[in-house]
Ligand binder design. Structure first.
Ligand code: PLP
Length: 457
């Protein structure tokens, strides 16, 4: 098909939407390392996981062989409210950059949570409801996950308790109100409502919190209250599985026009959008059917892949969660409070960690002022005000497109535009007022938190 026939937006019909999630682990020869019980050091069994997570989600978490898992009809119907999401050809950005590169982005911000997180939230709420639970607890950082989960819980009539990282709770009061609109209760973390929260407050008075602290609190509440389970918006295998809808839709859309990407780029916090976007492409790569350059982009202030170590670590600061083998900065690492761009988690999905370790993907880190420059440049030509998280991917997509300008290569670049930044305007304000700086942890700071990693064989 002629190049100029490719529309600005490639949409799929409802019929073309995926009917099953793709389980990337099924094609991995070296499987991601299992979650370990921190008490025994042994791989966690389904029985041990079921007081924390819903049964069906435990099965998905542990399933590393089934390639496709059917998306229940109720979830597919909910998806139809905000999916398929468009794959956009960034003609305007290309022109502005004067690049021969062809840039596409998959836009996941078209729902009230303003991010891709609703893809997994609705699945997790569905399985909790199906199991007859009363409610779920979770943590949220910037607030997108908490919002997505609140929406999903209100849809299925479940109670939703959200522990929100204190710095975000204070900086983003409007996010909180969106969650309350959907009936969730929102507590700033660390709080004095949990044992672990009180302990963290005693050790670090005045702390602005971290995702790791909030996870500890949410897990404690879920395990102490009958009829409640904990749900997590990233990092876990089950979340990457649900997010595979992003990649499956992207691949179907590209295939419709016979387009083969050269480079696939995504921002990486815990790895869920990236893991979802790349899933079917990585599957082809693992099976030896195709090759792609895949790039994870992380903030220089929280550089798990690029400066972390590949080791077993706790997913939470309170050290009550299972141990996951992942690229990590240490669970006691808390990014500088000056960091405004999300992606604040100290670790990384163990699936992506294994793939990175085995050389199937690259990673790079970018500084926040350059991320906001890219965000602004993008907003001005593509008409979408991007989330700071997503803008990490925009930064690297623009950089790659500019390299093509130098070499004259017309590479095809696909990146994940995970969401919108309307609740991040305080960060945009700092950027516009010239008050944003780049704080990068020193080697000593990282060594100090890495030295506290649990000892596991
Ligand atoms: C949560 C979030 C991210 C980062 O999380 P991942 O699990 O790494 O995808 C990126 N972008 C947006 C908009 C988010 O809300």
């Amino acid at each position: 098909m002629a190049e100029n026939k490719i529309p600005y937006k490639i949409y799929l019909t409802e019929e073309e939407m995926p009917k099953a999630w793709y389980n990337l682990r099924s094609d991995m020869k070296v499987k991601p390392a299992p979650l370990l019980n921190p008490g025994t050091g042994k791989p966690l069994t389904a029985e041990e996981l079921s007081p924390i997570f819903c049964e069906e989600l435990v099965q998905q978490e542990l399933d590393e062989t089934t390639p496709y898992i059917e998306i229940p009809e109720e979830i597919r119907n909910f998806y139809k409210m905000f999916r398929p999401s468009p794959l956009v050809r960034a003609y305007c950005l290309e022109e502005k950059l004067g690049t021969p590169a062809k840039i596409y982005y998959k836009f996941e911000g078209n729902n009230t949570s303003g991010s891709h997180k609703l893809n997994s939230a609705i699945a997790q709420a569905y399985y909790a409801k199906k199991q007859g639970l009363k409610g779920v607890t979770t943590e949220t950082g910037a607030g997108q996950w908490g919002t997505a989960l609140s929406m999903a819980c209100s849809y299925f009539g479940l109670d939703c308790k959200v522990y929100m990282v204190k710095v975000s709770y204070e900086q983003k009061p409007f996010r909180r109100e969106v969650m309350r609109t959907y009936g969730a209760s929102v507590v700033p973390s660390p709080s004095d409502t949990t044992e672990v929260g009180r302990k963290i407050l005693a050790e670090h008075p005045g702390t602005t919190g971290s995702l790791g602290c909030a996870i500890s609190e949410a897990v404690e509440v879920a395990t102490k209250n009958p009829g409640y389970r904990y749900v997590l918006g990233s990092v876990l295998n089950q979340v990457l599985l649900h997010q595979s809808v992003i990649g499956l839709e992207t691949k179907t859309a590209l295939d419709k026009y016979g387009i083969k990407p050269d480079i696939i780029i995504g921002c990486a916090g815990g790895g869920s959008n990236l893991g979802g976007l790349i899933a079917p492409f990585m599957g082809e790569k693992l099976r030896g059917e195709a090759d792609y350059r895949i790039i994870a982009v992380e903030p220089a202030s929280c550089p798990s892949f690029t400066r972390g170590v590949y080791a077993y670590d706790f997913c939470d600061t309170g050290m009550i969660c299972p141990l996951a083998k992942m690229y990590t900065l240490g669970s006691s690492f808390i990014p500088s409070a000056n960091h405004a761009g999300g992606l604040r988690f100290h670790g990384m999905s163990s699936t992506l960690s294994q793939l990175y370790h085995d050389g199937y993907m690259e990673a790079t880190s970018v500084e926040q002022t350059s991320v906001f420059q890219a965000a602004e440049q993008f907003a001005r030509v593509e008409g979408i005000l991007p989330a700071p998280e997503s803008s990490h991917a925009i930064r690297v997509a623009i950089d790659e497109a500019l390299k093509c300008k130098e070499t004259g290569e017309a590479k095809t670049i696909v990146f994940g535009l995970t969401g919108t930044g309307y609740f991040d305007l305080v960060a945009y304000q700092k950027f516009h007022d010239g008050e944003m700086s780049d704080e990068i942890p020193t080697d000593e700071q990282l060594a100090a938190s890495i030295a506290k990693l649990p000892k596991v064989e």
